[in-house]
Design a protein around this ligand. Structure first.
Ligand code: PLP
Length: 408
């Protein structure tokens, strides 16, 4: 323990910004999981949005081969090697019909989480308002706080199909707003946007001089029969939009840490010139693996998630659970009965069934009263979970009773 010269204990405190970050909410869930394991229960974990399937072999092989290349052992190119950027441009063209030429540009990021966390720091001044979806991926709010900007909730309500009602934002708030985070297909609600809705948001952002930060991490996971969408498909979007694409979910590459940021050339220039002060880019061997991925997309995993989703959604509906049934992402968002606290419910579910879900309150105040299932476990486990919920008549009665009355 460090002592000062006068013998007093030295306490170096965190910055005020850091103390304002929301607390880690899942410690209670972790404790409940540990307790269940100690009792010898087998957990069925729908908690984590981390694909359970391995990275496809041809991608791993490309990475393996690249690791032995001595020139790749040196510092990478900050915004990405030309071969990677070329594959990224092709990806945007073939998957979204978005041409990256003079008006738009692209850079690598060390996973979209890193990119998202830095955007407010690069584009906001202290006190600027940033509209943050609630419920939403917690990094948006944290990144705004770390930039000394002001997060303002953008409620995602079930009655609006979890799409923000921008017409309800007051003119005072809009006057101070610098940026809006949007994430469709949406974590945690599974909602998607139509092209018309995207167009309306782009026109609004252009009118109001607001930067759209679109998190398109789940672009390819949607079950409504529509192709993947990008905000950059909307004419004029490049002026006001930065969009993140992640390889993590699309190619089962969460551990590799690589993603893209695409947007107006001027915006990307600002992003890259600021970022160069913070990191030195993505390991070039990882970029080689990413090149292999971006050049060979197949929808094989989509079918697996689709089947898992069908089993879970149908199984829960049979047991009278109120499933929101939105068409995107590998998450299933479920409404609990009125007054039921999601954290309490999630803990009780682990204790009584060994089934782990994420309480909606972890995604913000408007997530309270919901729970999230991640479809990142095999079909057999999902069947088993449904089996546990309906196993005994008494048991399913009890769950129905919770769902009707709420958890005491
Ligand atoms: N955005 C959303 C909405 C996510 O859910 C996640 C991860 O769960 C990320 C971004 C982070 O993705 P990456 O692995 O590319 O950093």
């Amino acid at each position: 323990m460090k002592e000062s010269r006068k013998g007093k204990r030295v306490v170096i405190s965190a910055s005020e910004r850091v103390t304002m970050l929301p607390p880690y909410l899942f410690a209670q869930i972790d404790r409940q999981k540990e307790a269940a394991l100690k009792k010898g229960m087998e957990l069925i974990d729908f908690g984590i949005g981390d694909p359970d399937m391995p990275t496809p072999l041809h991608i791993v092989d490309a990475g393996k081969e690249a690791v032995t290349e001595p020139s790749f052992h040196r510092y990478p190119n900050g915004s990405g090697s030309e071969f990677f950027l070329c594959a990224a441009r092709k990806w945007m063209r073939t998957q979204f019909g978005v041409e990256i030429g003079e008006e738009l540009d692209v850079s690598s990021v060390i996973g979209t989480k890193e990119g998202i966390a830095h955007v407010p720091l690069f584009f906001c001044n202290p006190g600027d308002v940033v509209l943050v979806p609630n419920p939403g991926y917690p990094v948006y709010r944290a990144s705004v706080i770390l930039a000394d900007a002001v997060p303002v909730d953008l409620p995602l309500l079930r009655e609006n199909a979890f799409v923000p009602d921008i017409s309800s934002i007051s003119s005072e708030i809009i006057a101070g707003t610098r940026m809006i985070f949007l994430n469709y297909p949406n974590n945690p609600t599974g909602a998607v946007l139509t092209l018309d809705q995207m167009s309306e948001i782009v026109n609004w952002a252009r009118r109001e001089d607001i930067l759209i930060v679109s998190d398109n991490s789940y672009s390819h996971i949607r079950f409504d029969g529509n192709p993947p969408r990008s905000f950059l498909q909307i004419p004029g979007a490049g002026e006001v939009c930065l969009e993140f694409h992640s390889l993590s979910k699309t190619f089962n590459m969460t551990g590799w840490r690589v993603g893209l940021i695409v947007g107006g050339s001027q915006l990307i220039r600002t992003f890259v010139s600021a970022k160069e002060n913070i990191d030195s880019g993505v390991f070039t061997a990882v970029q080689k693996a990413a090149e292999a991925a971006l050049s060979s997309y197949t929808s094989g995993y989509f079918d697996i998630y689709s089947k898992r989703r069908e089993i879970l959604v149908n199984g829960l509906k049979k047991l009278d659970w109120d499933v929101c049934d939105s068409p995107g992402t590998f998450y299933v968002w479920v409404k609990l009965p009125k007054e039921t606290q999601s954290m309490r419910f999630a803990r009780k579910l682990i204790a009584q069934t060994g089934i782990v879900v994420t309480p909606g309150s972890g995604f913000g105040t408007y997530g309270e009263g919901y729970i999230r299932f991640a479809l990142t476990i095999p079909e057999e486990s999902i069947h088993k979970a449904i089996g546990r919920l309906e196993q005994k008549e008494l048991f399913s009665h009890r769950i129905r009773a919770w769902l009707k009355k709420g958890v005491e």
